[in-house]
Design a protein around this ligand. Structure first.
Ligand SMILES: C[S@@+](CC[C@H](N)C(=O)[O-])C[C@H]1O[C@@H](n2cnc3c(N)ncnc32)[C@H](O)[C@@H]1O
Length: 216
């Protein structure tokens, strides 16, 4: 994706999510996500991990649960209103892109990113995952949730202009997603649950290599 196309896509996402955050904030999360989140936080406790970075915090629905469970939570999101909403709930959150994170290498014990890497084109996915892995400590787990389908495709979704311009989505098959992630570590957990039409939600826990530089 060219720099100008990426910049326009980001502007469109900020417009959309800045308009949508209040509605999203009160939307219940699917039971499957909550169940997986609870189990993931248990894994982090067993591994004595303290700090969790969320990529694409949105209005903080997962962030509140992660911080509420006693972890040191930090979130980033492109959309300033979502970040302001998180901050007003007491969550440490910053306006930043997953493609350029404002943290030193090896800052966090674990990562969490739901429904966000689907806004990153396949041509940028390597850069995004490499940047996330950079700011995690070696051996850290990274939980990823995305909308997927049997066939990969990139497209714009239009909600009729209610919240803003059409949003860019990269929908990946399970195989394509797992193949892309395996370049960065081992795919430790996978699961899916049904969504709209032929789509399904993809859950992955990626384990980053125990030594920096191995794997990717
Ligand atoms: C579908 S929402 C999901 C929000 C939250 N994770 C949730 O499940 O409610 C996608 C989020 O990703 C954010 N986003 C889109 N592109 C991003 C990027 N390049 N870096 C960081 N956040 C991004 C959007 O602003 C939006 O808050």
């Amino acid at each position: 994706m060219s720099d100008s196309a990426r910049a326009q896509r980001d502007v469109d996402h900020v417009t959309y999510y800045d308009n949508e955050f209040a509605e999203r904030a009160v939307r219940d999360l699917p039971e499957q996500r909550v169940t997986r989140r609870t189990a993931y936080l248990e894994l982090l406790r067993r591994e004595r991990r303290r700090s969790v970075l969320e990529l694409g915090a949105g209005p903080g629905r997962d962030g509140e649960a992660i911080a509420g469970a006693g972890f040191d939570y930090t979130g980033v999101d492109l959309a300033p209103r979502s970040v302001a909403a998180c901050r007003s709930s007491g969550l440490e959150t910053h306006v930043a892109s997953v493609l350029d994170l404002p943290f030193p290498t090896g800052s966090f014990d674990a990562g969490w990113t739901m429904s966000t890497l689907l806004h990153i084109a396949n041509s940028d996915l390597h850069r995004a995952v490499a940047e996330i892995v950079r700011v995690l400590r070696p051996g850290a787990p990274l939980a990823i949730g995305l909308w997927g389908d049997e066939e990969s495709r990139e497209e714009y979704w239009n909600d009729g202009g209610h919240f803003g311009p059409p949003r860019f989505f990269s929908i990946r098959s399970d195989q394509a997603l797992h193949d892309a992630l395996r370049r960065f570590g081992s795919v430790e957990q996978t699961a899916t649950w049904p969504g709209r039409g032929s789509m399904h939600y993809q859950w992955v826990v990626l384990r980053t290599p125990a030594q920096r530089g191995a794997g990717a």
